[in-house]
Design a protein around this ligand. Structure first.
Ligand SMILES: Cc1cc2nc3c(=O)[nH]c(=O)nc-3n(C[C@H](O)[C@H](O)[C@H](O)COP(=O)(O)OP(=O)(O)OC[C@H]3O[C@@H](n4cnc5c(N)ncnc54)[C@H](O)[C@@H]3O)c2cc1C
Length: 475
């Protein structure tokens, strides 16, 4: 095998592996180095997302939601079930199978695109050389015209709380519980904390979510956050805001979690504790001496808007650089960089990156919230449509939530779209496309939406922005 490539990508997560595939499609010689090891010690591409994040969490969210619906919803449809139960081991086995198929699929995609997979550690050295240490310990120095750093992120630890891998765990550990804890505490009511809390709550865990901030989902539109809080309460997901955790200790009767809130010092005793307070860039042993690549004060690799590090031929993408820590953001950066390297056009529109929270109801948005648009000095108009008024949603027994459009009052340009309700993560794609084309709310109003579909909620919300909705009274 050659030791010289056009492109070497360090990191094979959802940022790195698409960069490698696109570089291969662009007829460049490319290697992708990844050091991930699964629980059984085997090497796997796909990074956090495929192995310990997006995919396994969605597998368990789906299983637990189906169980919840079988218990609470099937009878409404007239479906009679007796003795609905679940088997955590079978759920975990299904999840592991999905992860395996997904990660092995990357190797097949690499083969098709001519990418050389290298399992082990990669370290950038000065002069675009890369020291590769295989999982067997053998070292080689590789060279490349371009190096793409895609080393990802890791869970943020919390002072006073030590992971033991069994009772006090991070998000990966929380996806691997062998049984349902009777009492569960999740620290952090962010996207990951809410998703993991939902999985185990639906399966019966008494779940407390401790959040240091005073506001739930401050990044979401306020109306969406309020609606979400109402549903989480109904689901008996006990979210305690303004709760600052001071420490945790494993004792004979469980994990003792100390925290302070407006009422003073509190202690909570649970069977398992999950710390999900956020993630930080992972750049451990990534950069050798004299590479010239700089990290910012929070540890992110410094890049410009095109993911250039400032060092000729060295790029960085995904969670290890600024911007939202999302798989699809990393993927777009990877593809754009691989196209730029090949002398083609490459660009990421950071204004149209959708966010999705896979709770029930699902939450998704793109662009500005009403509050952000107003704070930026825009005069806005908004239109909302409740799923309770959607025939399809009612037929699905999924009438909770709404779709909301925020548009510029003068130009009618869509500034943001916010959905809480069934399939919100799918519905938001239309809004992303609309905003990518700088659509107005009138453009959406004049677009035909099939009936009866959930997407009509988007159509009606756009109409409501001009008080022209048909299926709800306009106010
Ligand atoms: C529980 C959970 C759920 C999530 N759900 C979603 C979701 O639904 N949607 C979404 O968009 N995002 C989700 N995320 C976030 C998503 O996983 C990340 O944004 C995404 O994985 C980042 O991709 P990346 O390629 O930048 O980094 P990573 O996925 O972290 O991949 C980096 C890879 O590089 C390897 N690596 C690091 N350093 C080196 C080195 N020096 N040499 C060789 N290899 C190295 C790592 O082992 C890893 O395999 C979730 C995260 C978690 C934890």
């Amino acid at each position: 095998m050659s030791d010289s490539f056009d492109v070497i990508v360090i990191g094979g997560g959802p940022a790195g592996y698409p960069a490698a595939i696109r570089a291969g499609q662009n007829k460049l010689s490319v290697a992708c180095i990844d050091q991930w090891k699964s629980r059984d010690g085997s090497a796997a591409f796909g990074g956090t997302c495929l192995n310990a994040g997006c995919i396994p969490s969605k597998a368990l969210l789906e299983s637990s939601e189906l169980y919840h619906r079988a218990q609470h919803e099937f009878s409404i449809h007239g479906i009679k079930l007796e003795g609905v139960g679940f088997d955590v081991a079978a759920m975990q086995k299904r999840k592991a199978g999905i992860v395996r198929v997904s990660t092995q699929g990357i190797l097949a995609l690499f083969k098709a695109a001519g990418v050389t997979p290298l399992t082990g550690h990669g370290k950038l050295l000065a002069g675009r050389r890369v020291e590769f240490t295989g999982h067997d310990g053998a070292k080689r120095t590789l060279t490349a015209r371009h190096v793409v750093l895609a080393s990802g992120s890791e869970p943020m630890p919390l002072r006073g709380v030590t992971f033991d891998g069994e009772w006090i765990v991070d998000s990966w550990g929380a996806l691997d519980f062998p049984d349902v804890p009777k009492r569960l505490c999740v620290i952090g009511a962010g996207v990951i904390g809410l998703e993991l809390g939902s999985v185990w709550r639906r399966l019966g865990a008494e779940t407390v979510v401790l959040e240091a901030l005073e506001t739930l989902l401050p990044m979401a539109d306020a109306a969406v956050a309020k609606e979400a809080a109402r549903h989480f309460k109904k689901q008996r997901l006990d979210i305690r805001l303004g709760a600052r955790v001071s420490g945790a200790e494993i004792r004979a009767d469980g994990v003792h979690v100390g925290y302070a809130d407006a009422r003073g010092a509190q202690t909570l005793v649970v069977d398992r504790l999950v710390v999900a307070i956020g993630r930080r860039p992972f750049t451990h042993d990534l950069l050798g001496d004299g590479t010239g690549v700089r990290l910012d004060e929070r540890g992110f690799v410094q890049v410009d808007e095109h993911c250039r590090t400032g060092v000729e031929g060295v790029w960085a993408i995904g969670d290890c650089v600024r911007g939202p820590m999302l798989a699809h953001k990393g993927k777009e950066e990877g593809v754009a960089v691989a196209d730029l390297i090949a002398g083609q056009y490459g660009h990421v529109n950071y204004k149209t990156i959708p966010s999705v929270i896979y709770t029930a109801p699902e939450i998704a948005w793109v662009g500005q919230t009403e509050e952000q648009a107003k704070a930026a000095g825009r005069a806005v108009k908004t239109g909302s449509f409740p799923f309770a008024a959607s025939g399809r949603a009612r037929a699905m027994e999924a009438g909770a939530g709404f779709c909301k459009i925020v548009a510029d009052a003068a130009t009618d340009e869509i500034l943001g779209v916010h959905v809480i309700g069934p399939m919100a993560g799918e519905l938001i794609a239309e809004a992303v496309l609309a905003m990518e084309y700088s659509a107005s709310s009138e453009d959406l109003q004049r677009t035909i939406h099939a009936h009866p579909t959930l997407s009509e909620a988007m159509h009606e919300a756009a109409l409501a922005a001009d008080k022209r909705a048909i299926d709800i009274p306009n106010r």
